[in-house]
Write a protein that binds this ligand. Sequence first.
Ligand SMILES: NC(=O)c1ccc[n+]([C@@H]2O[C@H](COP(=O)([O-])OP(=O)(O)OC[C@H]3O[C@@H](n4cnc5c(N)ncnc54)[C@H](OP(=O)(O)O)[C@@H]3O)[C@@H](O)[C@H]2O)c1
Length: 340
Amino acid sequence: MTGAVDDSMLGEGHVVLVTGSTSGIGAETARNLAATGATVVVHGRDRPAGEQLVADLPDEGHAFYAADFTDFDAVRAFADAVLTDFDRLDCLVNNAGTWQGERRLVDAPGSDDGVEMTVAVNHLATFLLTNRLADRLAATGERRAEERGGDGERGGDGERETEGADPAADPARVVTVSSDLHRRAEPDLDAAVGPEGPSGVAAYGYSKLANVLFTYELARRLPGSVTANCCHPGVSPSTGLSRNGSLLAGLGWKLFGVVGRLTGAVDTAAESAETQTYLASSPEVAGVTGEYFDDCEAVRSAEAAYDRDAQRDLWEASVEWLALDDSEVVGADGERAPEA
Ligand SMILES: NC(=O)c1ccc[n+]([C@@H]2O[C@H](COP(=O)([O-])OP(=O)(O)OC[C@H]3O[C@@H](n4cnc5c(N)ncnc54)[C@H](OP(=O)(O)O)[C@@H]3O)[C@@H](O)[C@H]2O)c1
């Protein structure tokens, strides 16, 4: 990792949270962001791995929190602990992810049938955590602007806006890690709940489309002091992602990794961390929101992800599955939220 850390808008005194940073791409992202001088909140279920990473990071103040994203009460408790322990949050990197071989269901308070586990971990827990932390991100964005002598506004209407932005504006950021496999999925809410529906790679692709739909809706709802973007990190079969996939798919993925290393077709976890590190820290994207990135470039996502009805339907279904009320989500009614 070079540019993004050399030229970073994160630094000493700032706080970043990287979900799923006990291994793989998330751990590399945590290392990159700690190298800026920022305090890193490390998250996952694997306590020894998380605590070891905290010990290995440069400087003091980093912390590990365990929270299982199949348990929404644990996600709430995690968010509450972060809000209690840190008075600012400059960046949230939603990186935690799973790929399940079988279709398994997770209890959700507003769903009679339960939510498919890949969707629960990759999208719904991310949705809940982001909404719980949104006010703190917004307040931190305001604070960052004051620290730089601006008014905190991106300029324009807050949607895919860069021109005319206050040059001193330095919003807080939400970065959600999707995958190019989102291009294989369709926005079908029935796929997310109950025993019938996709499993394996199909369910994974669906959850990654949910990450993009969520990001586009979130970018419209957030106040101007926070941006939201998403990305494809690259292809890294060396990470732990296939550990819960089917035996056959897992073997195929690992074999692809071996061949890919010989042909240069795959990335290391460190290489895959570059785009999310860039989105979390680079001044080049300080005013950019509601975009999908690949290889540190904004590119078009699947056309299905631009469907405003699909974005709103997923948002509303997520609120329902989690049994949230309007006061618990940003920008209720699809309008931009008032400034924090
Ligand atoms: N590898 C690729 O080629 C690739 C390609 C496109 C997108 N991605 C995306 O990149 C992100 C990182 O994946 P990776 O490849 O680095 O995989 P990984 O090594 O398996 O890392 C996944 C992380 O998510 C955490 N996690 C998984 N299930 C969880 C749960 N139920 N509750 C809480 N945390 C959980 C894991 O922590 P614990 O084990 O400690 O729980 C781990 O830190 C994912 O969003 C993935 O979809 C990866």
